[in-house]
Design a protein around this ligand. Structure first.
Ligand code: SF4
Length: 212
């Protein structure tokens, strides 16, 4: 079986197993989604969901966030990893949204990436979740799953993203969401649930996967 054929089989199986995969972050609008995704870097969705209700009550719009007091914002998100940097970036991002985008969160990858604290992964995750755009984003779960399944041998997230895009071509947003959920609950980093794995026959983890 070629790698392309394997990818097509895996795609069918993942789309069947996860018919409507969505993020576990809780949000009401695009602004809240962007803030939540920015907070979720190196932090769990569960932790972010504990933080955001009071955060959005205090700063319900980009305008409120742009005028936030840095120390007060830090206090609200202090249980999140890298909260110092994240607080600074959140205020900068909100100011850029006001100044450059009339207070509306932009809708394209190119524009999103102009915002402080928003790299390719964050931009893609937002576009995948909110608009179901045909993008791939490689976080720790997608990286691990795609390597264990032999879909990529790339050393970096960006290269892995390029390989997955080339391999799958479409249904990328659903595959991203499915890989995240599969990586979070089945193909876990330390103790994967291999006995219950529906794609076990495709796994090459014992052959080539080396945890970083
Ligand atoms: S068999 Fe185990 S390591 Fe391989 S993909 Fe399935 S859960 Fe992950």
């Amino acid at each position: 079986m070629t790698k392309k054929q394997k990818a097509q089989k895996l795609k069918r199986l993942f789309l069947l197993a996860y018919p409507n995969p969505k993020t576990e972050l809780r949000y009401q609008n695009l602004y809240e989604l962007l803030v939540s995704v920015m907070l979720s870097a190196q932090c769990t969705d569960r932790r972010v969901n504990l933080i955001t209700p009071s955060l959005f009550a205090s700063y319900p719009t980009p305008k409120h966030l742009a005028n936030a007091n840095l120390d007060e914002l830090k206090a609200l998100i202090q249980t999140c990893s890298f909260f110092n940097n994240k607080a600074t970036n959140l205020i900068k991002m909100a100011n850029q949204v006001l100044e450059n985008f009339n207070g509306e969160i932009p809708h394209t990858q190119e524009e999103l990436k102009t915002l402080s604290g928003v790299g390719q992964k964050t931009a893609n995750v937002v576009l995948i979740e909110y608009f179901e755009k045909n993008f791939m984003a490689v976080d720790t779960h997608v990286f691990r799953v795609s390597h264990r399944l032999g879909l990529s041998c790339a050393k970096t997230a960006l290269k892995t993203e390029q390989e997955l895009v080339k391999l799958f071509q479409n249904d990328l947003s659903a595959l991203h969401q499915a890989f995240v959920l599969f990586g979070r609950y089945v193909c876990k980093a330390l103790k994967p649930e291999c006995q219950d794995c529906f794609v076990r026959e495709f796994c090459v983890s014992t052959k080539i996967f080396k945890p970083q």
